[in-house]
Design a binder for this molecule. Structure first.
Ligand code: ATP
Ligand code: MG
Length: 137
């Protein structure tokens, strides 16, 4: 089994969508094995999204991610990384397949409701950014 880091982003927590998004994960066979609500500073969001620091939307992205609480979570399952990205749908909700989280809930390419790790190496780094070993059972 594999683990991946998921974030329910500020646009979704503001609209009280945590439960409906979690239901999508569980219906897809992903198990929520750790979860907490936090609010990042822009600097903490910046460290999390450091791979994007040269992109034109980086500042806006960091401010958005710090604009309200987020729910950070670890999802576990067979091929969890790919399965989670499938359930999330395309980055831009206009391109997201019907039934995906972004198709149903995302507001724009920036405010797109969820984050999911994109590879085993990034999943390990991202899980360790938010959770200690003791929180992962
Ligand atoms: P994530 O990494 O959040 O799971 P992703 O892998 O689908 O999403 P990335 O290309 O890694 O997409 O972009 C990271 C995040 O940056 C996106 O989820 C979105 O919030 C934001 N973003 C990406 N492209 C744009 C854009 N053109 N304008 C504004 N924000 C963007
Ligand atoms: Mg990404």
């Amino acid at each position: 089994v594999e683990r991946t880091l998921s974030i329910i982003k500020p646009d979704a927590t503001r609209r009280n969508l945590t439960g409906r998004i979690n239901a999508k994960f569980e219906e897809a066979g992903l198990r929520i094995i750790a979860q907490k609500r936090i609010q990042m500073t822009p600097a903490q969001a910046g460290t999390f999204y450091a791979v994007h620091k040269e992109r034109p939307f980086y500042g806006e992205l960091c401010d958005f991610m710090a604009s309200a609480p987020v729910v950070v979570q670890v999802l576990e399952g067979e091929s969890a990384i790919a399965k989670n990205r499938e359930v999330m749908g395309a980055t831009n909700p206009a391109d997201a397949a019907a039934g995906t989280i972004r198709a149903e809930f995302a507001e724009s390419v920036g405010e797109n409701s969820v984050h999911g790790s994109d590879a085993p190496e990034t999943a390990a780094v991202e899980i360790a950014y938010f959770f200690s070993g003791l929180e992962l059972v």
